[in-house]
Write a protein that binds this ligand. Structure first.
Ligand code: B4P
Length: 193
């Protein structure tokens, strides 16, 4: 079974939702750099103090800091058999770093699931989440900035992974269960390659 899987897509596309479901069914950890960074902010660490204003502005935390944090997480015992990356890589430099980290472990990215959703439903979803969870970066201005940063820095990853033959595009603008069925089918196909 494919065991090193990257989820990527615009903010609010549902990559976190899908990655957590798949993690349960495959029995491998979901590694969300957004969640890890929020834990640092909450815990008042040095990294958290640097990340907090950056995240609240909708910008990306510097590659080097995020990659160092990810490397530590990847070295934990539960990630030995595989991992689902949720929100990492987010830049071409991070994609290079991930390939390097995995190569050191004798692994590679098996599949990249691109959860695609147009801007309008994204803004609706995140405004709704702001009402429920009150996340600091779910304000209308920050959502627009996150989408702009996504287009500039993260969207080019699709071309990179398409060239590598690992990209699968999934329409994320459908009910969660329907998207999850396509995610599971994509992982099965990647496993039989
Ligand atoms: P993240 O936590 O990754 O936030 P995000 O991209 O906005 O995605 P999120 O996980 O919240 O949303 P999801 O697609 O799951 O990052 C936050 C910040 O951390 C970044 O802006 C950046 O500053 C920093 N950061 C994180 N990783 C970094 C990195 N690698 N490099 C540099 N900086 C980094 O969508 C979830 C929402 O959609 C939920 O409300 C859910 O209920 C809803 N939803 C899901 N599926 C749905 C469906 N099918 N229909 C309707 N609603 C759905």
């Amino acid at each position: 079974m494919a065991s090193t899987i990257v989820f990527f897509g615009p903010p609010g596309s549902g990559k976190g939702t899908q990655a957590s479901r798949l993690a349960v069914s495959l029995g491998i950890p979901q590694i969300s750099t957004g969640d890890l960074l929020r834990a640092h902010v909450k815990g008042g660490t040095e990294l958290g103090a640097i990340a907090k204003p950056i995240m609240e502005s909708g910008a990306l935390v510097p590659d080097e800091l995020v990659t160092r944090m990810l490397k530590q997480r990847l070295e934990e015992p539960d990630a030995k058999g595989g991992a689902l990356f949720d929100g990492y890589p987010r830049t071409l430099a991070q994609a290079e770093s991930l390939d390097g980290l995995l190569a050191e472990m004798g692994r590679k990215v098996d599949a990249v699931l691109f959860i695609d959703v147009p801007d309008e439903p994204i803004v609706e979803r995140l405004v709704k989440r702001a009402e429920i969870e009150g996340r600091a970066d779910d304000t209308p201005d920050t959502i627009r900035e996150r989408l702009r940063v996504y287009r500039e820095k993260t969207a080019p990853l699709a071309g990179r992974y398409a060239k590598a033959g690992t990209l699968v595009t999934i329409d994320g603008n459908r009910p969660v269960d329907t998207v999850a069925a396509d995610v599971a089918a994509a992982v099965r196909r990647a496993s039989s390659r």
